[in-house]
Design a protein around this ligand. Structure first.
Ligand SMILES: Cc1ncc(COP(=O)(O)O)c(C=O)c1O
Length: 374
């Protein structure tokens, strides 16, 4: 890699860029893990793809051709599986691309996009790029969406509401009852994006499942991904389920041809092996529940997580706590002043994670970690 002072290009600071974009930090990925450290910072799946998936990737050799822009076969399979028309499925290069398309399709300058906070780090930037304004409603004390406060914050400028369940980074779910009550308060002209990136890890029977409730709501789009449970984060495939009119608006806002043929082939192969993949998810859920029980035993009061990560409310001690994880060979995702998110990873990572967490919880001043979330 080039050293930092290697730039030969003239300074371009006179170019007029949108001020809100200049003020937005570019996306920066977490630090790469040291060779012997566990990367538990991106909610990835620690399992490698199943052998059949690798074969499908290797067999998709016609890379001199553009891919099928409509991802026809993948959409047909998803549509058949979920009992909808193939036009009610839309595929994007990760569900983050879909979020971007729907926000751009519905919101622009002067409009508002409403979501709970803290939630998925990408939401604020996506809203800024659309030209719209973010309205962030604080999570409740259990790290869950405060849906009443969200409903109360809807104005005639609100174009999109994002509901993230389980919520990244706290892992809290929205229940089916709470979602139904919320939807009664959302005007029909407001688009609701139900971001369910971690749906396959949910075991709480009270949780809303977008695929079960979508028929009731013409203004809801459900977002799912192959990145987490299906372990294809590196290939970038996500999908949306919703009415054809809404999905057409997203298709019109999309950068064409961004879902590669290789990614489509891998997603299809993964669907064909769903049983085996979902067994792996069960393993991760067991590991999560074990880690949560151990952390609580150490004195952590952590929110109820239904995702493939846990949230440690370390408050002002977050940077120091992240350093302790690093010393123990764990790459975590700290949110300064707030808390740390740790993904459920390899079996060998568990003892290191717990050892570091124990050191941290014992060193936290009162009012942090063990005592902030009940
Ligand atoms: C809540 C949520 N939504 C969407 C995404 C985007 O996932 P992808 O673009 O890999 O499908 C993520 C990724 O971390 C996420 O946490």
């Amino acid at each position: 890699m080039a050293p930092e002072d290697a730039s030969r290009l003239p300074n371009a600071s006179h170019v007029r860029l949108r001020p809100e974009i200049v003020a937005t930090p570019p996306y920066r990925q977490g630090k790469p893990a040291a060779p012997d450290a566990f990367k538990l910072s991106s909610n990835e799946n620690p399992f490698p793809p199943l052998p059949g998936v690798i074969e499908a990737i290797v067999t998709a050799t016609d890379v001199n051709r553009y891919p099928d822009a409509a991802a026809t076969e993948l959409r047909q399979r998803l549509a058949a599986e979920h009992g909808v028309d193939e036009n009610e499925i839309h595929v994007g290069a990760g569900s983050v691309a879909l979020l971007s398309q729907f926000i751009q399709a519905a919101a622009g300058p002067g409009d508002e996009v409403l979501y709970s906070w803290r939630s998925f780090e990408a939401y604020p930037g996506l809203v800024t790029v659309s030209g719209a304004t973010s309205v962030q409603i604080p999570n409740d004390s259990a790290g869950a969406h405060d849906l009443d406060a969200m409903a109360a914050a809807i104005t005639d400028r609100t174009r999109v509401v994002i509901v993230c369940t389980p919520n990244n980074p706290t892992g809290a779910i929205v229940t089916a009852d709470a979602f139904a009550a919320f939807m009664q308060q959302v005007p029909p002209q407001v688009l609701v994006l139900l971001d369910e990136a971690y749906a396959e890890f949910v075991r709480d029977e009270n949780a809303v499942n977008g695929l079960d409730v979508i028929e009731r709501y013409p203004n809801v789009v459900v977002l799912r991904t192959f990145s987490k449970a299906y372990g294809l984060a590196g290939l970038r495939v996500g999908w949306a389920l919703g009415s054809e009119q809404l999905l057409d608006a997203a298709r019109a806002s999309a950068i064409p041809l961004s879902v590669t043929g290789t990614a489509q082939a891998a997603a299809i192969a993964s669907l064909q092996r769903a049983d085996e993949l979902l067994e792996r998810v069960d393993t991760l859920v067991e590991r999560r529940d074990h880690i949560v029980a151990q952390l609580r035993g150490q004195g952590w009061a952590i929110p109820e997580t239904q995702a493939n990560f846990v949230w440690l409310p370390t408050g002002d001690e977050t940077d120091a706590a992240a350093a302790t994880f690093t010393e123990h060979g764990i790459v975590s995702r700290p949110f300064a002043g707030d808390g740390i998110r740790i993904s459920i990873g390899e079996p060998e990572s568990v003892d290191k994670l717990l050892a570091a967490a124990e050191v941290i919880v014992n060193s936290l001043p009162s009012g942090h970690g063990a005592r902030t979330i009940g």
